[in-house]
Design a protein. Sequence first.
Length: 198
Amino acid sequence: MGRIVVAALGDSITAGSPLWDPDPGVRSTIESLNERSQWQWWAARCDPRLDLKNHGVYGERTDQIADRLEHAARGADVLVVQGGINDVVQSRSPEEAARTLGRMIERAQTLGLAVAIADVLPWNCAEAQAAAAIDRLNELIRAIAEEREVPCLPFHDTLVDPTDGTRMRPGLCDDGDHPSIAGYRLLGERAFRLPDGL
């Protein structure tokens, strides 16, 4: 059984906030450290072929994430692109964030990688304007995935509270911004899937 190296490139959702971070310096500041606070930890338990590399950085916008693509792609078979919430937080347009995400997918495909893209999670601390921007960005992400023929990982719908539509379900959010361990487990076990052919 061959190993499949999956590089997960994104922001704090990829990093595993608030209980994990791939950077040892950041980890040293986390009181209740728990490696299960990563969707990748759970995905690897579902598929023993996976060698998941965490390239998440807290607080980064899509343009900052894009600057790290070449490094993350080295030695990878698959690139999972995740990001956009920090663009929303910083009042960048969904269209601008989507263009950057699209360029990342195009670049990864040019490098010969299989690619998947995750949509943006519900944000429990969001006001109406931010919630609308998340919805718009997710529409654009799904359109990019269809156009580039890559899987769109349904992070949003996996955790959203269907009675509200803008928040994560009770028990699946840790701090208003990030999933709980139970939320990360659902992302790794239900939302993540490899691109076809692997």
